[in-house]
Ligand binder design. Sequence first.
Ligand SMILES: Nc1ncnc2c1ncn2[C@@H]1O[C@H](COP(=O)(O)OP(=O)(O)OP(=O)(O)O)[C@@H](O)[C@H]1O
Length: 664
Amino acid sequence: MTDTATETTSGAAPGQRGPDRGDSVLPELRATWWETGVRARAEAGVFTVFAELPRLVAQAVTTSWRADRVRTCVVAGATIGAGAMAAFGLLATQRVLMELFAGGPTADKMVAALPALAALAGATALRAGMGIATGYALNGLTPRVSRVVERRLFEMTTEVRLGAFDADAFADDMERATRGTDSAISLVPASTNLLASLVGLVAVGIAVVVIHPLLLVALLVATLPNAWASLRAGHLRHQTYTAGSVRRRRLWLLQRLMAERTSAPELRSYGLRRFLLNQYDRVMDVETDIELDLARRVTTTTTVGSMIGGVATGAVYVLLGLLLIDGQIPLAAAATCVVAVQAAQRALATLTFQIDRVYTEGQHFGDYTGFMTRAAAYLPEPAAARGSGSGGASGPAAPSPLHELTVRDVSLNYPDRDTPAIDGVTLTIRAGQTVAFVGENGSGKSTLAAMIATLRTPTAGTICWNGRSLAHWEIDELRSRIAVITQEYHKWPFTAATNIALGDVDSEARQDRIEAAAGRAVAHDMIQDLPYGYETLLDRTFANGQDLSGGQWQRITAARGFLRDAELLIMDEPSSALDPRAEDALFQAIRDRQGQATTILITHRLANVRHADRIFVLHHGRLVEAGSHDELIAAGGRYAELFALQAAGYDVAPSTSVPPPQQR
Ligand SMILES: Nc1ncnc2c1ncn2[C@@H]1O[C@H](COP(=O)(O)OP(=O)(O)OP(=O)(O)O)[C@@H](O)[C@H]1O
């Protein structure tokens, strides 16, 4: 973390967010610590690194073991073997030198050195062979590790409750976890290399001690400054990285806004180019300052380390010279010692490098594993716990066919909102009914529907399917009985047929079913007119891909909802972009369900809810009126007022009523 960042955050509680009213720095531009754990870790000293290493290496081994046991064994065995061979090679070198520096005729010395030379050649060949084996095994292991780690991340992100995505900390956490998946790939070889260099170093250390114990101390003095500098630099990099999560997300968002197709039209029509580029510059100014500061601190650290290391290395050679002059070691031993010192320095440099890598990648991977742990808190309650907590049954049961849906005193508070989005709502919907939720923007209609659809959990109160809490029933089974057409539908980048088939992925995607659903949603003819009909790819960013108009997309979305012959169909603003003819046909299809299946309709076009069996009017999260259209008009309340406002737009008095859409 930078000094500036420390100052910025030191006064604020970790996780403190919100608009920055006092100064001009946007919240996303500041280093943000949303969680004490992250801050504590980033501020930890260098020596904490050593304490964490075993855990990080164990993490790497476990991940790799899960991905591919055989290759893990090969990599571990061959890397450690190669390290041992390197050490053995050094000892053989020492032996060769001893023989060559001994007294006597050269030919005899050559003969005497031959066995050690052969051992050296054998060790070198074995080491090379093991290196090749490690490379091969790693090539196969890396993509497997990557897949296992990434898949687990996606398993988690697709299972957590919807509420997780409302928490900003979750988004930051996920950003770092995504980076952490890449680290899994580097962590495995880095850990094995770390072990190998450790083995090599221990062997070299023993060799040096054998020559003269004092040399070991000198060796450590010569190499430790560089090792410390390298570790410290890695630590600084990770601190800065950890502090910049929000800023990076902001940057990524701006990059997308300026480069993506969806934002391109508004960007041009409102002339947002300069505005966005300015935003980009502001973020990048901060980013560049932080990067430069980091580079300065890293360079200073490594320069100081190298200088002290250089002086210390010189001192080692001086010591060696003094020992030689003093006659404490023979020339052969001194020569071997020079080789050994150099080998030890190389081994320690490699070890330091690997420690740095393991630590840095391990920290990133720790972000991933930490995210997986924290995200688990957002997982739906285990089925058994839900089942036992709701009526004493042993576990969740398959839902019986719907005959009554009851909402009892239900409230929902979104995080960080003072007022509840839904506040003590009670209502009953009987099977076969078509009911409507109406009310002004933000009155809570979608939130209530989302709770009924099991997408959100009430903060208080209960929603019951046939008299038993939703939690009592097997959640996937329940969801398969409910079809939801959301207001914020997603444009899936698949073919038109697949876009509809997604509505019931567990059943066979039969063309006749898809076309029937499309027919009910007035989408069939429109799809037929596409260049490749149902096989047209609905993503303009791929070759031969097409895009649709808003209304055409809405028809596809409605078809998706109709595909599943759901007992309960929830349609949230299904016709906001439809032309009058399509809208009329869609509502006819909805009316066809009346008496046979249950439908919850959310719409601001009140003419379309006149046929509903019951209309529930929400206001500021509360249920303020309920009844049929005629009852509510007669009551002259909020519904009557809203209806009159809309009817006035058509010059039709509410009392005379709008003629019903033609029945087909
Ligand atoms: N994910 C969320 N996090 C925080 N607040 C939310 C979230 N979603 C909705 N809200 C708030 O909850 C309230 C109810 O929103 P909801 O979407 O249920 O209203 P609505 O009646 O469906 O509105 P509209 O007619 O505009 O679709 C609003 O004040 C809204 O700002």
